[in-house]
Design a binder for this molecule. Structure first.
Ligand code: FDA
Length: 390
């Protein structure tokens, strides 16, 4: 049986970072992944350009049962630290919007960078390796289709079950449970929402139309684009609010952020009494949406539309209450909300309090970021602190 100082399960964002750091600190590191390629979610992220961090990655942009847990790791390994690494490797990048940093070229550069860092640390990376059993005792023993391995430290870095088609599993949770760690309530997040009935027909009719919006659920709101789809609603504003939404709750959409809709409509009735409602709405909304909404108003010029109808239209545009029937689930979710309960982990090292030598990092843990580079920053930061501790 081959012996290492640490075995890391999962060569994704967090596992690669942890392996590189531990290796460069002189640890003998084995990094195992069942997929043929390492970092597969990095490769498809950000439309192939990887939104690798967010310059505003503050703890309040993360959801967790313990909102304080992420503070330590996020403050010890910051977006600036990752940007320094990216710059050291000569990778060109740009800020797209809202602090989101993307590669100019390809996400492949980020994976190559992490693999180079692993090579510097002498990490033994084994992709396409099936893990058949994990057991404790004197250290940890990992059985695979390539033989058995042993180490005093084991890192769970196999992420969450979102996008199972890519080989995502809940393996980390299963192993964590076996070692007595608790798992919080889990559900798909950053996920498109579905609707039914008349609203579904409307969404289908509008499929492909994107509109600037504020999506609200409870006290949380996001101003970004919403997108109508064949199953309901998507787009960044909807993905963001989906992490806060629970079955049975309503979300509200303001389709005219920053505009007093009633004032605008009354003003146009005064100024352009002969204009059709459709063309007035098209001044402030995408043409297809304007046309569909104006079908709900009486035919003819603005002068014929009663003020109470304008008020109803304005109210709907500013505060459209939507009752999603569900979400598109793990098949379409960018991340998993919930995971290994942070109560059982040290926030400084990510080591299990009750199981010395067992660590959990990345998406497998109950820390979930907003859309926009936050989830990778958590993966880098949690991987880095664990790598420093092992
Ligand atoms: P990650 O999923 O990266 O890695 C887990 C690894 O474990 C994988 O390599 C997997 O093959 C392996 N594994 C799983 N089960 C195993 C098993 N049983 N045995 C062995 N190996 C196993 N975030 C962001 O910040 N910016 C972005 O642009 C995007 N974009 C994006 C697009 C899409 C389509 C998705 C699905 C997700 C994103 N994300 C994102 C989220 C981001 O990809 C995610 O949060 C991180 O990859 C999580 O890093 P981890 O290392 O924890 O898991």
């Amino acid at each position: 049986m081959e012996a290492f100082d640490v075995i890391i399960l999962g060569a994704g964002a967090a596992g690669l970072m942890c392996a590189a750091i531990a290796g460069q600190r002189g640890r003998r590191v084995l990094l195992l992944d069942h997929a043929d390629k390492v970092g597969s979610k990095i490769l498809i992220s950000g439309g192939g350009r990887c939104n690798f961090t967010n310059v505003d990655a503050k703890p309040d942009r993360y959801l967790s049962q313990n909102p304080h847990f992420a503070k330590s790791a996020l403050s010890r390994y910051t977006p600036r630290d990752f940007i320094d690494l990216v710059e050291k490797h000569g990778i060109k990048y740009h800020e797209k919007t809202l602090g989101q940093l993307f590669c100019d070229g390809s996400a492949r550069e980020i994976v190559a960078m992490l693999m180079d860092e692993c090579a510097i640390g002498g990490v033994d990376v084994q992709a396409g390796c099936r893990i058949t059993n994990v057991s404790g005792g004197e250290g940890f023993r990992v059985e695979t289709d390539r033989g058995s391995f042993h180490a005093p430290n084991l890192v769970l870095a196999t992420g969450g079950p979102s996008i199972p088609k890519m080989g995502a599993t809940s393996f980390a949770w299963q192993v964590a449970k076996r070692f007595g760690l608790a798992i919080t309530e889990t559900r798909p997040a950053l996920v498109p929402l579905t609707v039914d009935g008349e609203l579904l027909r409307f969404c289908q009719q509008m499929a492909g139309v994107a509109v600037d919006s504020v999506a609200r659920c409870g006290k949380q709101s996001f101003r970004e684009a919403s997108l109508f789809t064949h199953r309901g609603l998507s787009g960044p504003a909807i993905l963001q609010i989906s992490s806060y939404w629970r079955e049975g709750q309503a979300i509200t959409l303001d389709l005219l952020p920053g505009l007093d809709a009633l004032e605008f409509l009354k003003d146009r009735k005064r100024e352009r009494p002969k204009a059709e409602a459709k063309s007035v709405l098209a001044e402030i909304l995408p043409a297809r949406l304007a046309s569909a909404l104006s079908d709900r108003l009486p035919l003819g010029p603005m002068a014929n539309v009663q003020d109470k109808l304008l008020a109803r239209m304005a109210a709907q545009l500013k505060s459209w209450e939507i009752h999603p029937s569900g979400s598109e689930g793990y098949a379409k979710a960018e991340v998993t909300l919930g995971g290994i309960d942070t109560n059982g982990l040290s926030s400084k090292t990510m080591e299990a309090k009750a199981v010395p030598g067992l660590y959990a990092i990345g998406e497998a843990v109950d820390v979930t970021g907003w859309l926009g580079g936050y989830n990778f920053q958590w993966a880098w930061a949690s991987g880095w602190v664990a790598g420093q501790s092992i």
